[in-house]
Design a protein around this ligand. Structure first.
Ligand code: ATP
Ligand code: MG
Length: 570
């Protein structure tokens, strides 16, 4: 495997252009600080990888720092399990939130006291007020895109009264929904986010870190910009849906800068297009639904687009970084086909994965004219395009496993693999002619019989005299290594499951996981635990990092050799 710290060339994009320009102008005195701010309400997915590669990549290439901030201001859905999974994933992607011996790991919940203090400052300066309208009245009075909002009757409350109320909200003297703290901006703004947005709401919820200390919780728009400013982030990169929130981001920070709380320049929010990937769902809420309803086997199910799932499936970190590089960063929303991710994996593995033969759906082939108990060694290259990696050796014997699909008793026109009266080459071995089939009482084929040609062995003189079209893989049945192989396919049968009528789980692919008992070339024993391998003609595979043991091998199919998939084929 490539080194985890292998550096890709910095990819040009409009955000890097802004950052480089700021560096040139000395806007931040040469300092660059970005942040990756996931909410710990689920596992990270491939969309987050785009944001991670962007934020940590810029920091790395500009001599800056990227903070990992757990944006944990939503008490109900967050947990330590998710925090740990997030840290694991960022580390796995090869990035670090340490710089010059300092750890830049932050929790928005650590800012609760500061955020509260700033709220009092905003009240004192007449920039915020406690609104006591019912939630319903607030909603109605907010107006619409075509009509301005109507000011709350509480909008003109005196700062002292607002302060007293906010303190009582904090002390837990009111019920949820009785009061909120709002910014006093502009009820007629064309941007609905500026119509006196809510900054704090009362919430009697247990927080996984602060416990029951707080009865009021800050809203995302309030806590996020302040967290950025407190950490002295220079460029706050987020996805496009926050574009309309940017004026509010700037308003809050400017109000606090005017109050002398923050120095200018203030962090700059820049939006980019989120990653949308076909044949899967990405929002943590939907992923949680799949996990909780046990449609998949946990957050690291190899079929999920979570980074834990992709890692378990066998995706390499270099393939994920390559993918992020290829999709780039732009301001235009687009859909990326799953095949782009799969191709990045193939392009990463093709030049380095060793080759082996594996029979996934075995049927026995008996070579009737081959002596029992005798083996002959066959040779093949470890990697066909890299002779320096040498060759591998495996035994040929009287009884072999071949792929059921490579045999056909009554072949259709154009079928040139194994069928009665026909010859194929057993890769790296001999040419064999099919002489018949053996069936059980139910008529099921239990074995295929053949005759081999002793002078046809691959690599020996005269082998080329045999002209055959079919070239099939095999393993010696007494020497092959048994393994459970999990054949994964796309999780959904349609490209945009989120747009499926009704429930998106209805579009789940029933054939997304198939488990087979396979026979592998003996050399599989010498693979390193996480070494990816190409099973010839089949695809790329890796040992399952959780379930595989030396006594019981379990392999996952990461991806087929070629693009293309169907519900019926494995
Ligand atoms: P989700 O709906 O999946 O929970 P989110 O945006 O709420 O997504 P966060 O954990 O809040 O998830 O996001 C952390 C960071 O990752 C944010 O800066 C967010 O913009 C970014 N991010 C999330 N999803 C994507 C995506 N699909 N593509 C690019 N960046 C993303
Ligand atoms: Mg979220």
């Amino acid at each position: 495997m490539r080194d985890a710290s292998s550096e890709e060339p910095a990819t040009a994009n409009f955000i890097r252009a802004i950052v480089n320009d700021d560096l040139r102008r000395g806007k931040w005195n040469g300092r660059i600080a970005t942040r990756f701010p996931p909410e710990p309400n689920g596992y990270l997915h491939i969309g987050h990888a785009k944001s991670i590669c962007l934020n940590f990549g810029i920091a790395r290439d500009c001599g800056g720092v990227c903070h990992l901030r757990l944006d944990d201001t939503n008490p109900e859905k967050e947990s330590v399990e998710y925090v740990n999974a997030i840290m694991d994933t960022v580390r796995w992607l090869g990035f670090s939130w340490h710089k010059d011996g300092v750890e830049h790991l932050y929790y928005a919940s650590d800012y609760y006291e500061t955020l509260y203090r700033f709220a009092e400052i905003l009240i004192e300066r007449g920039c915020a007020y406690v609104d006591s309208q019912s939630p319903e009245a607030m909603r109605v009075n907010r107006g619409t895109l075509t009509e301005p909002g109507i000011a709350s009757p509480y909008r003109t409350r005196a700062p002292e009264e607002n302060l007293a109320l906010l303190r009582r909200m904090r002390a837990g003297e009111f019920k949820e929904g009785e009061h909120v703290l709002r910014a006093k901006i502009d009820m007629a703004s064309a941007n609905l986010n500026l119509r006196d947005p809510v900054l704090y709401r009362i919430r009697y919820a247990h927080h996984y870190r602060t416990g029951d200390a707080w009865r009021i919780y800050p809203m995302y728009d309030y806590s996020h910009c302040i967290s950025d400013a407190l950490e002295r982030v220079t460029h706050s990169l987020c996805t496009l849906e926050f574009e309309d929130h940017r004026p509010l981001y700037d308003w809050i920070l400017n109000a606090l800068a005017d109050a002398g709380v923050f120095k200018r320049p203030l962090p700059q929010q820049i939006e980019f297009a989120r990653l949308n990937l076909s044949y899967t769902v990405m929002s943590k809420r939907k992923l949680a639904q799949l996990v909780n309803a046990q449609h998949v086997d946990g957050w690291d199910d190899p079929r999920l687009p979570t980074l834990a799932g992709l890692r378990r499936r066998g995706f390499t970190l270099s393939s994920i970084r390559l993918f992020c590089e290829r999709i780039g960063v732009s301001k235009a929303d687009s859909w990326i086909d799953m095949s782009v991710l799969e191709q990045a994996l193939r392009d990463d593995l093709e030049p380095r994965a060793p080759r082996l033969m594996a029979v996934l759906d075995p049927i026995k082939l008996v070579i009737d004219n081959y002596p029992d108990g005798v083996i002959e060694w066959c040779h093949a290259s470890v990697h066909p395009h890299d002779p320096e990696r040498g060759s591998r050796t495996f035994p040929f014997s009287r009884e072999l496993w071949i792929e059921r699909e490579d045999f056909c008793e009554h072949p259709p026109k154009g079928y040139f693999r194994f069928f009665p009266g026909h010859r194929v080459r057993l890769r790296y071995g001999f040419v064999v002619e099919c002489t018949g089939v053996e069936k059980n009482a139910q008529g099921k084929i239990v074995a295929v019989h053949g005759q081999y040609f002793p002078d046809s062995k691959s690599g020996t003189k005269g082998a080329n005299a045999y002209k055959v079209k079919g070239n099939i893989h095999w393993v010696s049945s007494t020497h092959a290594v048994a393994a459970e192989v999990r054949l994964y396919d796309r999780l959904f049968t349609i490209a945009r499951p989120e747009t499926a009528e009704g429930d998106f789980p209805a579009a789940l692919n029933p054939a997304s996981k198939r488990v087979v008992r396979a026979w592998l070339e003996p050399g599989v024993q010498s693979l390193a635990p996480e070494e990816r391998v190409q099973f010839e003609r089949q695809g790329y595979f890796v040992r399952d990092r959780i379930d595989s043991t030396p006594q019981r091998l379990v392999f996952n199919r990461i991806v087929r050799l070629k693009e293309g998939w169907s519900k019926t084929k494995s």
